[in-house]
Design a protein around this ligand. Structure first.
Ligand code: DX5
Ligand code: ZN
Length: 226
């Protein structure tokens, strides 16, 4: 099996919101995607940014946007992010009663469709939906806040998903989000993840671009068996 090069997606949740465009440009030539965490103070207790910020930021960078919606009622709001030019729009399984229908809407609006699975949600009921998706985001923390500690037990879901994706020959990125850093990314890659969100590990570093490159190197090596 050929392993596609890993995707590293810095999360701007850990960036300085007063200097967002500069913070994005700091990773422009190092990152693969820019991870944008949208939180609505209902699906998760935290509140972050929404569509106007994404629209403004879209004009400030060439990086593909990986929008992670931690919101209620994604059927109402998610297509707007596709219309705003997001490359991938991920919504939570827990927030949507017809994920396949929303995936179709997102794809017809020109975006990739992503399904996110929070810490306490089992993966098995969603495996059969994966052909409708381009991205499966498996939380490695409880969604809602940056800077939390990675939960290694959640990699069992990544292993299950990886077996399913490979045996079904699905074309799908398996993305992990939460606590991904130099000391955790290798185990996530070895478990079968091939897209990695990193907030604190990138924007907490002195050189965010260098941090992205280092993470990608670690993921690459681990994916090829160390
Ligand atoms: C949290 C967000 C994450 C967050 C990750 O719910 O989905 O994307 O930014 O932050 P770190 O990498 O600091 O755990
Ligand atoms: Zn996220």
């Amino acid at each position: 099996m050929t392993v596609p090069p890993p995707i590293v997606a810095p999360s701007i949740l850990a960036a300085d919101f007063a200097r967002l465009a500069d913070e994005v440009r700091a990773v422009e030539h190092a990152a693969d995607w820019l991870h944008v965490d949208v939180m609505d103070n209902h699906f998760v207790p935290n509140l972050t940014i929404g569509l106007p910020v994404v629209q403004s930021l879209r004009a400030a960078t060439e990086l593909p946007f990986d929008v992670h919606l931690m919101i209620e009622d994604p059927r109402r709001w998610a297509p707007g992010y596709a219309d705003a030019g997001a490359y991938n729009v991920t919504f939570h399984a827990e927030a949507c009663d017809d994920p396949v229908a929303l995936a179709k809407d997102l794809r017809s609006a020109g975006a990739k469709a992503g399904l996110a699975i929070d810490r306490d949600t089992p993966i098995e009921p969603y495996l059969e939906l994966l052909p409708s998706f381009d991205t499966l985001l498996i939380m490695t923390i409880k969604a809602g806040f940056g800077g939390q500690r990675f939960i290694p037990q959640l990699l069992d879901k990544v292993r299950t998903a990886r077996r399913h994706v490979d045996s079904g020959h699905l074309e799908l990125r398996i993305e992990v989000d939460g606590g991904i850093a130099a000391d955790t990314i290798e185990q996530a890659a070895a478990a079968g993840a091939d897209a990695f969100v990193a907030g604190t590990a990138v924007y907490g570093a002195d050189d965010p671009a260098e941090a992205v490159r280092r993470l990608r190197g670690l993921a690459e090596r681990a994916a090829h068996g160390g």
